[in-house]
Each structure stands twice: as structure tokens, then as C-alpha cells.
Design a binder for this molecule. Structure first.
Ligand code: ZN
Length: 229
């Protein structure tokens, strides 16, 4: 990202894909955030109910500030819902809460992709931090291909992380929809709305992975030539 060349178009395409995905998820979320669920339960109620139904007793549900900051932490066993999700009775909020419960269920059932994802977090973080400095240093040192290749390999760790995130996210939503559809919280005609919200949310992860892939492709096009001079 530090200089301009024709392959920069790949970065721009990735940026546009990410922006389109994020606009789509925002629009979809806003639309279903105006639909009150007929059961009248809040995101917090839904989360507690789903955890209980899934036989999970060691996960605490807490409210946090921020917008769409909802997450499940497997280390602390805390499922955090943003204020808007926690207190809202909308179909969208229940969907988000149920999705986070899907992660808690994955954790409880030792879902393998989730374990792999957790295991590669440190490497992916180091990779994405060091990749561009390494490549830049390689370029400055008169196209040092060893440094450049290590930089590209480090960058691909970030892509690997995003690719492993995909099954984890899709599976959490599938579990959420299955639990919501099995009764109690949502009426049959409300389930497709939740599916719509969660599919839109999952697309942002696909867009992120795609955009990282395009950046990696650009690096390979720029520096993949290993001719030494
Ligand atoms: Zn998720």
C-alpha cells in the first residue's frame, strides 16, 4: 500500500467489494431492526434462553457499549452484547444475539475450525504487522528477495486467518437459525428475516477475505519474480 502502480487497481477492487458488503449489511440490519419480534423478547433474553436450551451454564451474558460490538470470548466465557442488541426486541437484534450464542455452542462442542482459528490468531497478528515493513525493507535493500518473500509469507498468514474465519462465522449463524427455528423465540415467518440479516453479516467476512486475497495477489505480481541481479 505504499506506492502507486497498475496493480493498485486490485487494492481498489478489494476496497470497493468491502464497502459494498458493509453498505449491504448496514441496510439489511437497519431494515430488520425496525421489525419487532412478536414474542417481545430482547437480545439478552434470547441469548440467555438459547444458552440454557443448549445446556450451557458457564457462559455469562453482559452488555457492552458501542454499535455492533457483539462478541463471544471463549477464554473468559463471556458473551457480550452491545446496548442496541441487548435491549432491543427487534428481529435483527435477536439474530445477532443468537449468532453469538452459536459461537458459545461451537466452543462447548469443540468445533474444530474455531480451535484452528484461535490457534492461528497470534501468528496472523504478527504476520499482518510485519509483512509490509519486511517487504518495504526488502525493496529498500535493493530488492532483497529473501526479505520480500518472508514478508509475502507473513501476509498470507493474515489471509489464512480470514479464510478459517469463514466456516466459523457461517456455522455460528447456521446454529443460531436452527435454534431460533426450533421454537420459543421467533415465529416461523420471522426466521427468514433473521437468515437475511445473518447472511448479510457473513458476506462482510467473505468480502474481507477476498480483499486480502487481492492484496496478496498484487504482492505476488509485483515481487513474485525471483530473478536475482
Ligand atoms: Zn461471529
Amino acid at each position: 500500500m505504499f506506492f502507486w502502480d497498475p496493480t493498485y487497481i486490485l487494492v481498489i477492487i478489494g476496497l470497493l467489494i468491502s464497502m459494498a458488503a458493509s453498505a449491504y449489511v448496514n441496510r439489511t440490519f437497519r431494515r430488520y431492526d425496525t421489525v419487532r419480534s412478536r414474542s417481545g423478547v430482547t437480545g439478552t433474553d434470547a441469548a440467555r434462553y438459547i444458552l440454557q436450551q443448549s445446556g450451557i451454564n458457564d457462559v455469562a451474558v453482559q452488555e457492552i457499549s458501542g454499535d455492533l460490538t457483539d462478541n463471544y470470548n471463549g477464554q473468559t466465557k463471556i458473551l457480550s452484547l452491545s446496548n442496541s442488541t441487548a435491549q432491543s426486541t427487534s428481529v435483527a437484534a435477536i439474530g445477532v444475539a443468537a449468532h453469538e450464542c452459536g459461537h458459545a455452542v461451537q466452543d462447548q462442542r469443540n468445533y474444530i475450525p474455531m480451535r484452528i482459528r484461535t490457534a492461528i490468531v497470534p501468528a496472523a497478528n504478527i504476520g499482518s504487522t510485519l509483512s509490509f515493513p519486511l517487504i518495504l525493507l526488502g525493496v529498500i535493500l535493493g530488492m532483497n528477495h529473501t526479505l520480500i518473500n518472508i514478508g509475502i509469507a507473513a501476509f498470507s498468514l493474515a489471509l489464512l486467518f480470514q479464510v478459517v474465519t469463514l466456516p466459523v462465522e457461517f456455522n455460528a449463524s447456521r446454529r443460531a437459525i436452527r435454534i431460533l427455528a426450533s421454537g420459543g423465540i421467533l415465529a416461523a415467518d420471522e426466521v427468514p428475516m433473521v437468515r437475511h440479516v445473518l447472511t448479510a453479516a457473513a458476506l462482510t467476512y467473505v468480502a474481507a477475505a477476498l480483499s486480502t486475497f487481492l492484496q496478496l495477489l498484487r504482492l505476488i505480481i509485483l515481487f513474485g519474480n525471483n530473478d536475482r541481479d
